[in-house]
Design a protein around this ligand. Structure first.
Ligand SMILES: *Cc1c(COP(=O)(O)O)cnc(C)c1O
Length: 365
């Protein structure tokens, strides 16, 4: 049995650290925000090389709050990649802005300056740069385009903790960035958690207020905000895991490189590509094949779990029928039926990768 994700084995490998971290929060009854949240915010900001980190309830809230803090013109357009998790676009609509889907590069699955330019209008106010599957967007070209057209950039880093674009760590390049610590992400809590990251002190203060009822001090409310704060237990779990993240990421990269070698030259599959300016952290290892469903069953029969990210492009979800983008001539509209995510994570051995690769080779031979 080769699991797609194995949080149990990860827990077992660091159990004393996790158990002690959780016990300390309970002993201190520091359940919401408080010292453990502050400690993790400081550690994560310093790990990224960012000035500010604001812990929030989850990665979706992080995007909504970041967009609200940017104070974009109501009804203006935000360009979002047509292949992502719905949180990337949902937050746009929920903050009174308009979603416009753009295509992605078929090798890296990210927005490019060309795909964004194809959807620019006089109403565009921002770009949602989703570093999907752990591959960063080309932030140099997106930033140049944003500067030229006076657009803001929000980085959705939910799948890309520690990825770099032209040597810069994602989350520190755009105007504001968001992270998810959903349990299955590269850095995952033991429940929901998220963060907003920025180098702009004013945006940081605004975001922190929005996430905490419009206040900094108790009962001193500047405006109406909402409740989305980092939970103390989640923060302590994240602080316990953060020192391991570089090792875990190196393991993911080594697995991906082994897949690349083992699967090279198989006719019938398209492997992901890594740009030479990118540190790809491989949240997912996604291949494409026209025989996707058949292959998925073949692997399942041999005890190999796989995933599909995502089975339906955002453009083709019922939720976005009103945009009429599902029939456009876009890569995302054609690719969804062919995507398959192979198992990857620090739970896998080299032998596991070879086993998966052999199963793929036998399927295609
Ligand atoms: C997981 C994810 C989110 C949302 O994060 P939650 O913590 O689950 O709310 C947003 N964007 C992308 C690309 C994600 O993968």
């Amino acid at each position: 049995m080769i699991k797609f994700l194995d949080l149990k084995s990860q827990y077992q490998s660091i159990q004393p650290e996790i158990d002690a971290a959780i016990a300390a929060v309970i002993a201190d009854t520091a359940f919401v925000s408080g010292p453990y949240a502050k400690k993790f915010e400081e550690e994560f900001a310093s790990w990224l090389g960012a000035d500010w980190c604001i812990g929030v309830g989850n990665g979706t809230d992080a995007i909504e709050i970041a967009l609200e803090a940017l104070d974009l013109p109501p009804g203006s357009e935000v360009i979002v990649p047509g292949n992502s998790f719905i949180a990337s676009s949902e937050a746009v609509t929920r903050t009174g802005l308009k979603v416009v889907f753009a295509d992605v590069d078929p090798g890296h699955y990210t927005l490019t300056a060309d795909t964004v330019r194809a959807k620019l209008t006089s109403r565009t106010s921002a770009i949602m740069a989703v570093h999907l599957y752990g591959h960063p967007c080309d932030m140099a070209e997106l930033k140049a385009l944003a500067d030229e057209h006076d657009l803001k950039i929000i980085e959705d880093c939910a799948q890309a903790h520690g990825a770099t674009s032209h040597g810069k760590t994602v989350g520190t390049i755009g105007d504001i960035a968001t992270f998810s610590f959903y349990p299955g992400k590269n850095l995952g809590a033991y429940g929901d958690a998220g963060a907003i990251v920025t180098n702009d002190a004013d945006l940081a203060e605004k975001a922190r207020k929005i996430a905490n009822h419009g206040r900094i001090a108790k009962y001193d409310h500047d405006f109406e905000g909402r409740n989305s704060r980092l939970d103390g237990i989640q923060a302590a779990v994240l602080s316990a895991k953060l020192p391991h993240l570089n090792d875990w990421t190196q393991r993911r990269i080594a697995i991906a490189e082994l897949y690349m070698t083992e699967l090279a030259g198989i006719e019938g599959i398209a492997l992901p590509r890594r740009a030479n300016w990118a540190r790809q952290v491989y949240h997912l290892f996604v291949i494409r094949t026209d025989r996707r469903d058949e292959l998925k069953r073949w692997l399942a029969d041999q005890g190999i779990e796989t995933g599909i990210h995502y089975p339906v492009a955002l453009t083709q979800l019922r939720a976005y029928d009103y945009l009429n983008q599902g029939g456009e001539d876009l890569f995302v509209n054609k690719a969804a039926g062919t995507l398959l995510s192979l198992p990857i994570g620090e739970h896998m051995s080299q032998a596991d990768v070879v086993t998966v690769s052999k199963a793929l080779k036998s399927f295609f031979s």
